[in-house]
Structure formats: structure tokens, C-alpha cells
Design a binder for this molecule. Sequence first.
Ligand code: BGC
Ligand code: NOJ
Length: 817
Amino acid sequence: MRYGYFNDEQKEYVITRPDTPLPWINYLGCEAYFGILSNTAGGYSFYKDARLRRLTRYRYNQAPLDETGRYIYLRDDDTQTAEYWSPTWQPVRRKLNEYECRHGLGYTTIRSSLAGIQAQLLYFIPLGENLEIWQLSLSNLRTQPANLSVFSMVEFCLWDAVDDATNFQRNYSIGEVEVVDEVIYHKSEYRERRDHFAFLACSEKLAGFDTDREAFLGPYRGADAPLGVERGYLSNSIAHGWQPVGVQQFKLHLEPGEQHETIFLLGYHENHQEEKFDPPGTQQINKRRVQPIIQKYLKTEEVQTAFQQLKAYWQGLLEKLKVQTPDIHTDRMVNTWNVYQLMATFNFSRSASYFESGTGRGMGFRDSNQDLLGFMHLMPERARQRILDLTATQLSSGGAYHQYQPLTKRGNNEVGSGFNDDPLWLVLAVAAYIAETGEWSILDEVVPYDNQPGSEESLYGHLKRSMGYTLSRLGPHNLPLIGRADWNDCLNLNCFSEAPGQSFQTTTNKDGKVAESVFIAGLFIRAAQEMIRMAATRQDPDGELYLHASQQMAEAVWQSGWDGSWFLRAYDNFGEPVGSKYCQEGQIYIEPQGMCIMAGLGIDNGRARQALDAVAEKLATPHGIMLHQPAYTRYYLNLGEISSYPPGYKENGSVFCHTNPWIMIAEAMLGNGAAAHDYYLRINPSKREEISEVHRCEPYVYAQTIAGREAATYGEAKNSWLTGTAAWNYLAITQWILGIRPEFEGLRIDPCVPPEWDGFRVERTFRGRQLHIMVHNPSHISHGVSRVELDGREIEGNLVRFTAEGDEHQVDVWMGS
Ligand code: BGC
Ligand code: NOJ
């Protein structure tokens, strides 16, 4: 069952009923000011950091779902009963005659009608500005004139969203606002150390306003039935403490057929410390710098121009890589939605979504490094900066803070470090950057450790410490020690928790000298391949060291990390195997199969094939490939958080989508295009659109997890948007299945596709050149390239080096043996 459809032409997902199984959200903003917006106008806004600079409030775990938001109420002033409704359905939830929400790239429109009044709202954030626009257009479809009252409402947050939710003994007394020239300013704590405030403005002459929540809603009432709307007038309240809100009312007379447009602005502004007040010496906000911005965007023409600029911006990004294949789900995801999700993961890591509060997790070290893997070609300069920011949170031990706060860019001490896979991901991200851009000089950038001045070293030096970190932490089988966890946050082999409510990852109570990870072994070998090549270009003799170390690591894997038919997962703190046929449960895990084969292990000796056959037999389901099998049916103290989940959920044997592309890549490395693409489709959101009632999350983005076979809700997705699935799937489909793969020396063209495909087309920018790539598959094979022509001339092999001059090139590729 579907709740909408893809409009591929407009690059929109069109939702045709408001009561989707879960709120289906979109993100606004792409630079510093961001918003989350659901299909019924729920969500919140923030400046840079969803925790430390929250502008508006959001209530998690709320029933009814999805409160609060950017709300509009329409009140029919002509009716005796004073009917009112929300044109976005929420929060009033009156049944609408017509409803349509279009989530586009960086904008959303919601259109609806009721009682002969049609409303359309467009929400977006202009490029380069710290404000959001809601453009409301109202039309009277009646044969009679209409007299309406229109209300807007946002709830202001007191900036630190955790403090806002927890420290209300203080917050109930600090809220302050100003209302000047009909603009509502939220300025809590501005008198003291803050230099920023929020504003809500409207292009209409106001009939009234409220800034005190209770004055607007009435005591004991919710946003679904505000007293102010019910009675048709506001009380011009000024908030003193309690909960500041921004509520505006204007009256509108519409003749039959008449249409009217209104602009609302919600924004954030920072003043210079020395110019905070106006007149100086008072406690009033200096509005001199913000006023012209407000004036500018209250004009329809400016809004239209800004909207066109936003569209052009996205169009430009999408141009960087476009494909045309025989499969619509591939095209749709690669050309639009997967790219869009890459931007979201780049911007928010795992911090702010409808499953991540924005208050708990900052930017993850391993997460952001992996998110970059698919992002390099989109905005190489921003990717470069991100790499350097991440590097500055590496510790001098070579380890890394697991997370950092985006506003401060400082490592998060509460979570700390000791996730032993973390530093190796940096090597992969840097290698991907160089492969995309050819810019080797990034390795000479000088970056501190833990942001400490005086500790600076070249990026290359940082990477060497990443490698050294693993090498100086080997366990009894010469495999890498796992630390608090590796990629699988919930396999906590050193952190035993017996007390309810304790955090698994931070309860370190073993010295950590025994538990080992085969996954990190694979990741190390993969990273070493990059280091060996980097060392070669720098004439660094340590290249030899990495070669030797990776050979020894491979030996350790074959000695102690191979279970007979698949790769073992780990050894626990007691030296017992995890992910082995000898285990009662959790006998086979997906991660080492993916990572070890991606590192090249077992490709020559048949074991990679054996492992992938085991994956197909034991882990693959129609809903994707499960994390391990059988899922744990009881709590195993020695494994940590993993078995705390009921069987089939999250890390306990769900389809953890992030790992599926590793298997797609592994199958592609073995030349099996049919299997690779089949796995790709099983978790492809567009392909799953038709089972939206089972999948339940948005059909236009990947979710982190899909409940596994043992789960009661098998096939149900959770935790949409912020997941490494976005980057890895993009990599799997573009670089390994379609096989257009940047390497240090050029662009490798190495497709591995379903044999029934006749071929496909790719438009790609690469190192400033525009490439038109046409792949022909006349003999219907999966893998193998027999001929490559660059601008009509045959070249040797399938690595295109682009020595030829010119901004545009035609590359023709024939698959064959
Ligand atoms: C969650 C994991 C998550 C981890 C990150 C755990 O509680 O279950 O999915 O990766 O926290 O901190
Ligand atoms: C989500 C985390 O963000 C990611 O870092 C981790 O690898 C997965 N969960 C698996 O536990």
C-alpha cells in the first residue's frame, strides 16, 4: 500500500494523505540554519547545533504523534460556530477535503482545502540566510465572500534543548520577548551572555499577537484547540518566564475566486557583543542589522528569487552524477533521493532526526567519516573541511573522540573514546577524498590532536597514528582488540552491565586485553591498502611496514578468524568465539563477511565465495540481509548491549541496512552482478514503497534498520534518514555495481550489473571534467570490460586517466570477456 507517489520530473515525493504510518519528514536548510519538517508541519528549527542552539521546541514521544511545529490555523469568522482547522491537518486534525504534501529538495509544500478555502504553504530556507520562509497562499473557492482569521504559532525553545527540557525550575523564570513593529523577538538570556535572538515576522498588518503560551492556548489546553483561535482574538500577551511562544493573527477578506499571499519569517540573528543593545545602555535588542533582512524577505519577489536560487543550487548538485539504467528504483535513488540523504547525513551525522533528538548525539567520528565516502564528488571543499574538523578531534594516542558537537567542534567527553575501529575510518575518508579530487596536498595540512594548540601534525601523520593505534592494540590471536565496541556499537565485549539503565558503551569494566574483532582486522587491511599507496607517493619507507602488517593481519584472520564456512565475528573477554558455528546463537554475523571480503580476503582461495554463500543461505531475507543469525533470545552478559534488544530488532539480528551494501560490494568484487543488484533492491526505499504499510518509514530515504525474521513486526523500518546506509548504498551502486570508481590515478570503469541489462549511461563530473559515459553490454554478461574508448580512441585497460585536454569527454565502454 502506498501513501503517495514519486514525482520524478519535479524530484518530489508527493504524500496524498496526512495520516502516514509515521510522520514523514523533510529537512530544510543546507548551511547553518536548519529545520526538520513533517508532512503535517511538525518539527523544529535550529542554528548549526540541534542541542545548543535550538530555536523552537519539539516534544518527543508525544501522543498524538509529532508535536509541536510550524502551525497555521484558519478560522472562519463568518460561521456561527466559528469553525477552525489547520491547513496542514495537524494540530487540529480536522478532516480535510483535499490534502497533498510535496517534499522536495530543501523545501516542502502542503496544500489542502476545506469549506471552500484552499491553502498552500511553501516552507524553505534561502541560501546564505539564517531564516525560514513560510509562504501561505489562500484562495476563496466559494461563491460568497469569506472572512477569515489566520493564526500562526511556534513555541520558542530556551536555546539548549536539554536544559530546556530538564531545568525548568530556572527556565520558567528567564523567558523574555520583545514585540516591536509587529515582529516578535525571542530574547531569553540575551541580557546576559547570549548575543543571539530569534524572530517571527509576518507580511500582514496584525490583529493581535501572543507570546505567552498559556495566554494563547488557555490553561489545560493543547495546540489542537487554542482558546485564542476558538474565540477569535488574541490577548497581546508578553511572556515573562514560563513558555514563550510566537503567535500572530491577521484578518483576511477574500472575494469569491480571490487569492492572497502572506509571508511568515522565522529566523535567528547574532549581534556583535558591543552592539547588542539599542539605545546603548538599555536592555533592548539592537535590531538595526536584522531589520533590513526581515524587510527583504517579507517581499514576494525576493521570496521567489530565493526559491529559484535554492532550486538551482540543488539542480547543480544533482548534475554531478546522473545515471540512466534499466531500473527506475536505481535511477530515482541515485539521481535524487540517495544524494539528498547524503547531504542530510553530512550535515547532521546522527544528531537530529525524528529518531535522534538532536540533544544526545553529536557528530560521530566513524559515522561522519563514512558519510563522507559518498559525499566527496558533491562538495569536495566542504568534505575537505569536514575531514580536517574530524582529524582535529583525534587523540594523540591515535584513537579518537567518538563524537563531537558541531557548534564547538570539540570532542565530547561524556562519550569519550575507545571505540577501536574509529581511527581507521579516517584513512578511508581521506583516501576517498584524494581519489575524487586528485588533491594530494591535503595530506600536508597541519592539524592538532584534540584541538590542542601545539600538538599539530600533518594529516598524513594523523593517519599513521590511526594505523599505529590498531597495531599497538593486538590481542592473544594477533587480531585487533575491540575496545568498547567496533562498528557494532552494541557488541560490547569489555563493558559488562548488570545494572538496569546503565549505558553499555561507557561501562568499561574490563581491561580490554583479550576481546578481539575480526571486523577491525578486515578494516585495518582495507585501510593499509590505502596507506601503502599513499606512502609510495610520499616515498615514505613505512609503506613496507603497512604491507608487512597487513600480511600478518591476513594471516591472523586465516589462523583464528575463519570459522570453516565464514569469517568469525570476534573473540570475547574469555577468549570464546563470537559468530561461530560453535555458538548457540549468533553463529554468523554479516559485518566480517562484508569487511574482510572488501579488504580482498578470500577472493583468491574461494573462501569469499563460501562466506557469501553462507550469507545468502543464513542471513538474506526478502527484506534485506540480517545482521546475525540466530538472533539472541536471551540476555548474554558477556556480549553487551546486543542481546538487550528482543530478537530481530536493531543490532540483535535486524536487517541493519548500513551493512547490506558491504555484501553488495563483496558480490560485485566476485563478479556477481545479479546478486549485488538484487540485494540492492531489497532495501531500496523506492522499491519498498509499495509495502509502505509494512515498512512504515519514508519511502524516499533509507532507514537504519528493518525488523528481522524473528521480530513480530518483520519488515518494519525504523530510524530513517541518519544512517551510514545512505553513503554505503550510494557507493555500492555507483562505484561497484555501475562500477564508476574514482581511484588515485583516475576513474576506473568496472561495471558489475545484472546480465539482462543492455547497458546504461552515466553523466559525471570528475576533477573538473564533464564525462559522458556509455556502457554497452551486448553479450549480456555481469562483469568484465573488453574495450574502452576515450573520445573515440581506444585506451588500454579500464582505468581512464584523462590526459587529453578539454572539459568534456565521451567514454564508451563495452562489457565482454
Ligand atoms: C544503539 C545503537 C547505537 C548506539 C550509539 C545504542 O544504544 O542501540 O544502535 O548505535 O547506541 O551510541
Ligand atoms: C549507529 C551508529 O551511529 C553507528 O556508528 C554504528 O556503527 C551502528 N549504529 C551500528 O551499531
